[in-house]
Ligand binder design. Structure first.
Ligand SMILES: [Zn+2]
Length: 165
């Protein structure tokens, strides 16, 4: 006897949808089909989510918080100094720095030829640039360009290193 893999579900939104449940364990399919029956079909579910700005905002805020946490962890691990600027800019800049420097590491050291010593040198330069605005300006930059960008940073971008500027 063939094991049943397809269910036609009457969703709560009124749509009838054929579901291929063959990627689920055979003994779980009937239960999953019952679970589907008390829900909107996936199109309606997606549409409801997309049209609710509150949920979208919440989703964005949650993502930002996650990124912020990852950036903070990274900062601590690599002894990155705090950035300087208005509070709102700093939060954003911290995420930009994390993204750009990890992208640079991937491009130059993981996929590229850069050895640890050369990377440490770049990391040292990363630590000197603490002006939040500088990192925000580089938000769309390519990771591979980071060494060049750091060369182009000015004393004003290194306020902690040079307090007399
Ligand atoms: Zn529907």
């Amino acid at each position: 006897m063939a094991v049943r893999t397809h269910w036609t579900i009457d969703h709560t939104c009124g749509h009838q949808v054929d579901h291929d449940l063959s990627d689920r364990a055979a003994d779980r399919r009937a239960g999953f089909a019952r679970w589907l029956e008390v829900r909107d079909c996936s199109d309606c579910w997606k549409a409801a989510r997309a049209s609710s700005p509150d949920e979208k905002q919440q989703w964005l805020a949650a993502r930002r918080a996650e990124e912020q946490e990852a950036a903070a962890e990274w900062e601590q691990r690599y002894a990155m100094p705090p950035l300087e600027g208005p509070e709102k800019a700093v939060g954003w800049a911290v995420r930009c720095r994390h993204q750009l420097v990890t992208a640079a590491y991937t491009a130059l050291a993981v996929e590229g030829e850069l050895d640890d010593a050369d990377w440490s040198e770049i990391e040292e330069k990363v630590r000197t640039v603490t002006r939040a605005g500088w990192w925000i300006d580089q938000r769309d930059a390519d990771g591979a360009d980071l060494p060049e960008l750091l060369e182009a940073a000015t004393d004003a971008d290194r306020p902690t290193e040079n307090p007399y500027v």
